[in-house]
Structures are given as structure tokens and as C-alpha cells.
Design a protein around this ligand. Structure first.
Ligand code: NDP
Length: 478
């Protein structure tokens, strides 16, 4: 097959002006920590230090919660919805104006290809703020009673895979409903949240409505366990999600958890193979597979197994891995050394358990954290790579003969976040969708997101919904 060689086309990073160090964003201002330390955030593609960031201690978290409480009681909850909406619209427009800068910053700090941060993450961030701005003055029509009340102060903890997008998923509905927030971004990706703090200043958002406390797991724990918050919203690992659920169980805090996944992407024999292969690639290699709803288990009907696998291998050989700022890059850097170690470990377990490992010829950069797109065939249901979330560019391939077997295998997981179905038969799509235990079922597509559509899981993938009208419920006293 002819393969084009592309000259490098890097996006300029000069649009981003990084400060040497960042304080905490509390009560509308950046300031130093009272009991924290400093840590460095690096580019996972080059290991270059990007900036020094503050690790907030418990006293800092307390200050942030106090500021959020004051803003809730004196300003935000009393403000008419149409006034709150103006701020959200303003934030959405500033995100659009600063979109290129935010995309470059996200790719620098996270390692994801600029093509994704530019075309997916940042446009969706703006879309979320626009969408929830529209709800702020219409809450009485949302189906939660004639005068739904906000909850109060929300403590929000987000992961590193979609840093600014997860912030938008959390902050936009919270503010639209009249809550104030304290948000902790992930340790490895704090920079776009700090840029968002600047955007709040630019939008003249009243002080204390949004507070950003950077830090690591301990800062997150101090936040979710703080007695002054009314609502906890967490996205991250199932393990930490369970700890948070335990910590909040004896309290009156309302909790939503969006945790891991091990989604099945099911390809039937009548599916258009080329489109299905694109969907498989998008399902597991988008964002290096650092996606909670990634299609990490491919279930292929036996009759088309050889054809699908041959086509998939050919397609993988054309993926370009490298500089996240290069506009031609398909697969960027793994977010951290720790995550790379986890992907390597589980891949070695896959081989040791007898599955067959394959990657296309792929040169990895010397510096930074990299893992080639990888397929495991000969995988059985009991293998750890079929059961555990790898959270990397690694696909486990299984086969099935009948639709009933596909459902049985797809649901044989502790998770239930998403699933994909590829077939020309509409009736089969509906039959499958009604049997798959997954919060989202995509038909003939994968990893499609929209602010109007609710997202969330079953079983160990967590509880509560984010996005759409349903996403309002998590931030209203209903
Ligand atoms: P974590 O669940 O540890 O991190 C998610 C967020 O929670 C981060 O902001 C983290 O801070 C914070 N945090 C960590 N410990 C606590 C705590 N005890 N109380 C409150 N907040 C806490 O995920 P990891 O980043 O460590 O990733 C581990 C695995 O989790 C991945 O390999 C992947 O399998 C899965 N994962 C799933 C995600 C999803 O969307 N479903 C997202 C991210 C990871 P900090 O980053 O500073 O540690």
C-alpha cells in the first residue's frame, strides 16, 4: 500500500505564555499557599519542565471552600438565572477566542495530539459552557420541580486525560444551577485549569464562584472530605472512586462518580469493514487510549475475523506517532511515567497469559513517555487484559459467533460505561442496545460526545450522569 511521508507541521507554541510558577486561585485571585509546597509539571513528550505549580494543603483547601461558601451565600445563589447565564456565555466566548492557545497548552501538558485538543477537546469545552448557559434561566422547565434549588458548594476532582474538558463537564452545570465550586485538577495536568482561572477573571466572574486548588491525591482527599462542601463530583479510577464513596457515605454530601471502563466494541459480519476499522481505531487509539469509555475490547464475529484484523493491521501501520504539537500526529505521548509503567506491566501480563501481541513498525522518540499502538489477539475472557482497564493504546481482540454470545461477552465485565455496535441492521442495533449494560451505546460510530447527551456508567463505572438535562440533576436539590 502506498504510504505518504509527511513533513513535520508543528503548531507554534509561541501563542502560550507560561508563567514560571503558579499560585492557587482562591476568591478570584492567584495567591501563595499557606501550608502547601511547590511541584513541577512537565511535558510528557519531552520531559521538559513547563512550570512550577502549588500543591495545596488542607488550610488552602479550607480557604477555598470558605471563599466558595461566601460567594454562594452572598452572590451566586441569589443571582437570577439569566444573570448567571451571561457569565457562562462570556466564559464560552473567551474559551473560543483563546482556543488555539488552550489547545497548544493542553497538548504540551497532557501529551495529546494537537489535532485532538484543537478539534475535539477545546470546541467541546466551549460547547458545554454555551449549552449550560442556556439552561441557567430555564431550570424550572428541566423537569425537577417548579423552583429547583442549587446544592451549595461543589468539590470537584478531575483526571488528566481530558483536563479542560472534564473541568467544563464539572463547572458548567454546577454554575448554571447556582452552585459555587472548588476544583482540583490532576497533578500531571494543572495548566489549562489555571488558564481557566484567568478566563474567570477576564469574564469578571464574582470572586469565589470558581476556585482552583492544584495538588495531588492528598489535596483531592482534603477537598472531598471537607465538611463544608455539599456535593462531590469525581472522575478518575474506580479504586479512588470507592474510597470517596466510603468517605462520603456517613455524610449528607451528594456524590456523582464517573469511573473506569472496559468497553466492548462489537463488529458484526455485515458491518462495513472500512468504517468499522476507523471506528475501532478511533475507539482505542484516540487520546492514546487514555479514555474511560475507550473501546478497549474488540469483539469480532468469527466469520469476518480475518478480514477485519488484516484491515486493522494495515490501518495501524499508517498511524503517525510523535510530537503532540505536530498537526499530522495521530498518537501522542503517554501522560506520565507511572501510566507508561502500568501499560507496560499489563501488556507483559497479556503475553505471559498467552495472548499474541502485535504492533506496527513504529519508532519511538528517545525522550518522553511513549507506547506503540498495540493489538492483542487470542485473548480469552479470563485474561487480565480483557478484564482490567489498561488506559493506554492497547486493544484486546476476542471473537463471537451469535448476537447472544456477543451480549454475554460484552456484559461480562465489572464495568458498564460504554459500548459500540457495528452492523447494517437497525433491528440488531436496537436488540443489542437494549441488552448491553452500558451507559452509552454507539451505533456505527464511537467516542462521539455532545453536551446535550448524558454520560455515565453502570456497576463499577460509577453513578450519576453528566451532560444534557440529566446532568442538571447532579447539581440540584432534588
Ligand atoms: P486517580 O483516580 O488516582 O486520579 C483522579 C483524580 O483524583 C486526580 O485528580 C487525583 O489526583 C485525585 N485523587 C487521587 N487520590 C485521591 C483521593 N484519595 N481522594 C480524592 N482525590 C484523589 O487516577 P490516576 O490518575 O492515578 O490513574 C490511575 C488509573 O485510573 C488509570 O490507569 C486509569 O486506569 C484510571 N483512570 C480512569 C479515568 C476515567 O476517566 N475513568 C481517568 C483517569 C484514570 P492526582 O492526579 O494528583 O493524583
Amino acid at each position: 500500500m502506498p504510504k505518504f511521508e509527511y513533513a513535520p507541521a508543528p503548531e507554534s507554541r509561541s501563542i502560550v505564555s507560561l508563567r514560571e510558577s503558579y499560585g492557587l486561585f482562591i476568591n478570584g485571585e492567584f495567591g501563595p499557599s499557606v501550608d502547601g509546597r511547590a511541584f513541577k509539571t512537565i511535558s510528557p513528550a519531552t520531559e521538559e519542565v513547563l512550570a512550577e505549580v502549588t500543591e495545596a494543603g488542607p488550610a488552602d483547601v479550607d480557604r477555598a471552600v470558605t471563599a466558595a461558601r461566601k460567594a454562594y451565600e452572598h452572590t451566586w445563589s441569589a443571582m437570577p438565572g439569566r444573570e448567571r447565564a451571561k457569565y457562562l456565555f462570556r466564559i464560552a466566548r473567551i474559551v473560543q477566542e483563546r482556543a488555539r492557545e488552550l489547545a497548544v497548552l493542553e497538548s504540551l501538558d497532557n501529551g495529546k495530539p494537537i489535532r485532538e485538543s484543537r478539534d475535539v477537546d477545546i470546541p467541546l469545552v466551549a460547547a458545554h459552557f454555551f449549552y449550560y448557559a442556556g439552561w441557567a434561566d430555564k431550570l424550572e422547565y428541566a423537569g425537577y420541580g417548579p423552583a429547583p434549588r442549587p446544592l451549595g458548594v461543589a468539590g470537584q476532582v478531575i483526571p488528566w486525560n481530558f483536563p479542560l474538558l472534564m473541568l467544563a463537564w464539572k463547572i458548567a452545570p454546577a454554575l448554571a444551577c447556582g452552585n459555587t465550586v472548588v476544583l482540583k485538577p490532576a497533578e500531571t495536568t494543572p495548566l489549562t485549569a489555571l488558564a481557566f482561572a484567568e478566563i474567570c477573571q477576564q469574564a469578571d466572574l464574582p470572586p469565589g464562584v470558581v476556585n482552583i486548588v492544584t495538588g495531588a491525591g492528598e489535596t483531592g482527599r482534603a477537598l472531598v472530605e471537607h465538611p463544608g462542601i455539599d456535593k462531590v463530583a469525581f472522575t478518575g479510577s474506580t479504586e479512588v472512586g470507592k474510597q470517596i464513596a466510603r468517605a462520603c457515605a456517613p455524610t449528607r454530601k451528594k456524590v456523582t462518580l464517573e469511573l473506569g471502563g472496559k468497553a466492548a466494541n462489537v463488529v458484526f459480519e455485515d458491518a462495513p469493514v472500512d468504517q468499522a476499522v476507523e471506528g475501532i481505531v478511533n475507539g482505542i487509539f484516540f487520546n492514546q487510549g487514555h479514555v474511560c469509555c475507550a473501546g478497549s475490547r474488540l469483539l469480532v464475529q468469527e466469520s469476518v475475523y480475518d478480514e477485519v484484523l488484516a484491515s486493522l493491521r494495515r490501518r495501524l501501520a499508517t498511524l503517525r506517532l510523535g510530537d503532540p504539537l505536530d498537526k499530522n500526529t495521530d498518537v501522542g505521548a503517554i501522560n506520565s511515567a507511572a501510566q507508561l509503567a502500568k501499560i507496560r506491566e499489563l501488556s507483559e501480563v497479556g503475553e505471559a497469559e498467552g495472548a499474541h501481541r502485535w504492533s506496527p513498525p513504529c519508532e519511538l522518540p528517545v525522550k518522553g513517555f511513549w507506547f506503540p499502538p498495540t493489538i492483542f489477539t487470542g485473548v480469552s475472557q479470563a485474561h487480565r487484559i480483557a478484564r482490567e482497564e489498561i488506559f493506554g493504546p492497547v486493544l484486546s481482540v476476542l471473537t463471537f459467533r451469535t448476537p447472544a454470545e456477543a451480549v454475554e461477552k460484552a456484559n461480562n465485565t465489572p464495568y458498564g460505561l460504554s459500548a459500540g455496535v457495528w452492523t447494517e441492521k437497525g433491528s440488531l442495533i436496537l436488540w443489542m442496545a437494549s441488552r448491553l449494560r452500558a451507559g452509552v451505546v454507539w451505533a456505527n460510530t464511537f467516542n462521539k460526545f455532545d453536551p446535550t447527551s448524558p454520560f455515565g456508567g453502570y456497576k463499577e463505572s460509577g453513578y450519576g450522569r453528566e451532560g444534557g438535562r440529566h446532568g442538571l440533576e447532579a447539581y440540584l436539590d432534588v
